[in-house]
Design a protein around this ligand. Sequence first.
Ligand SMILES: Nc1ncnc2c1ncn2[C@@H]1O[C@H](COP(=O)(O)OP(=O)(O)OP(=O)(O)O)[C@@H](O)[C@H]1O
Ligand SMILES: [Mg+2]
Length: 246
Amino acid sequence: MMNLSRGRDAILEVKGVTKRFGGLVALNKVDFQVFQGEILGLIGPNGAGKTTLFNVVTGFYKPESGKVYFKGRDITGKLPHVISRLGIGRTFQVVKPFYGLTVEEAVKVGAYNHVKEKEGVGRRVKEVLEFIGLTPLSNRLCKHLNLVEIKRTALAQALAAKPDLLLLDEIAAGLTPTEINELIKLLRKINSEWGTTLCLVEHVMKFIMNISQRVTVLHYGVKIAEGTPQKVARDKKVIDAYLGAV
Ligand SMILES: Nc1ncnc2c1ncn2[C@@H]1O[C@H](COP(=O)(O)OP(=O)(O)OP(=O)(O)O)[C@@H](O)[C@H]1O
Ligand SMILES: [Mg+2]
């Protein structure tokens, strides 16, 4: 069996993380790695703890125990804006529609997290809008966008801060097969041309199995499998817990 982790540096390392909500253990001693430069899929049934894991990594939740390391540095319990500056970006499962802002303004909000001078911000925003294919919509109000456009705007906003690691929570949900294929191309381009490491939470299996180089599976807050998409798709535990039902 090929060892996918051999010789690779983990850009993100989650060690023994436990996160509780009252009596509910949302994450139970989870060990989880994302390797530099890879595209990793994170899957599991509803309530498995996927979004909670993103929230712990990005500082929205503090774990009861365990550690989170980013590029070898302990970031456990640091505040979201600090973690964002260090180079972890994210999009949210429930898309914020940025009411009242134009597409360009929404992306600018992301860029300010990375660039200080006004000129640099303008340049970065232009570059990202062009790369994501949003230039023609720059001046459109976000409240007038359709679902695929709002998702692209959220992606552009996160990318504007030049993250080294980008966590995407259900970015393909609700998209048509054609839109999903375009999204796959775009994400591959972000990964290969900008070198951004990607971690994707998703229920759309065609999407996750197509784009991911590695897949990690959570079930009731416990990691039950990881490996190539092919290996994970054949895993009996994964089929019983999740894939059998999808
Ligand atoms: N802020 C919170 N307060 C209380 N319980 C929470 C909170 N956030 C998540 N939970 C619970 O923790 C568990 C894990 O939730 P989480 O949102 O991480 O699941 P998920 O894997 O992202 O699921 P989905 O695929 O439905 O988005 C669930 O049982 C959920 O109800
Ligand atoms: Mg979720």
